[in-house]
Ligand binder design. Sequence first.
Ligand SMILES: N[C@@H](CCC(=O)N[C@@H](CS)C(=O)NCC(=O)O)C(=O)O
Length: 215
Amino acid sequence: MALILYQHPLSLYVQKAKVAFYEKQVPYEARMLDGSEPVAGEFAALWPVGRFPALTDGDRLVFEATSIIDYLDARFPDTPRMIPADPMLAVEVRMWDRFFDNYVSYPQQRIVFGALGRDAADEARWHAAFDTAYAMLDRRMAGREWVAGEGFSLADCAAAPALLYADWTYAIPKRLANLWAYRDRLLARPSYARALDEARPYRHLFPLGAPEGRD
Ligand SMILES: N[C@@H](CCC(=O)N[C@@H](CS)C(=O)NCC(=O)O)C(=O)O
C-alpha cells in the first residue's frame, strides 16, 4: 500500500519532509492541498488541525514534518538514517531540528502570516529573532559541512527550506559567509534541489514575493 503525503509543494514543512523521502528514495503518492475537493474534505476529516504535511500509511496517520521523518527512519530501516542510531548524536540532531523550526521557520511564518493579516504584524520582533539565529548559525557552521554530527540529517532537512525562505523574508547578510556557504550547500543537495524544483511553478503564490536569483 502506498504512503500518501498530503502536501503543497510551496510549503516549507512539506519540503522538509520531502527531503527525507528523496534522501531515502522512498516512493510516495502526493495528494495536492490546493483547496480543491475531494482532497480538501478528505484531509480535514483525517487531520482537523489542518497543518501540512501529513502522511498516511494504511490506517496510520503521521503528522508533523519531524515525526514523518522519524517514521520513515523506523519504517524503512535499510535506508539512510536521518536521525543517527547513536543516542548522543541523535540528541544533537533533534536539538538543531528544533532550532530551525522554532527560531528560523517560526519567525518566518509569523512574518508571512502578518502579511496575510492572520497575525499581528510585529516585524521588528521577528527581525531581531532572525538576527540572533543568523549570527548563531554563522558561528556554528564555521568549519562544518552539516549542522549536526558528520552526516546529512533531520536537522539539515529542516534547515534547507528554513534558510531558503528565511532569506527571502529577511535577507541573510552577505558577511555571514559560513551561513551562506551552508545555505548554498543545502540548495545544491539533490534531494532538496528536487523539492525546490517541484515548488517552482507555485512561486508566484509566495505572499511576500519570491525574489529573483536567491535560489
Ligand atoms: N509544526 C508543523 C507545521 C506545519 C505548518 O505550519 N505547515 C504550514 C505550511 S508550511 C501550513 O499547514 N499552513 C496552512 C495553515 O496554516 O493553514 C510541522 O512541523 O509539520
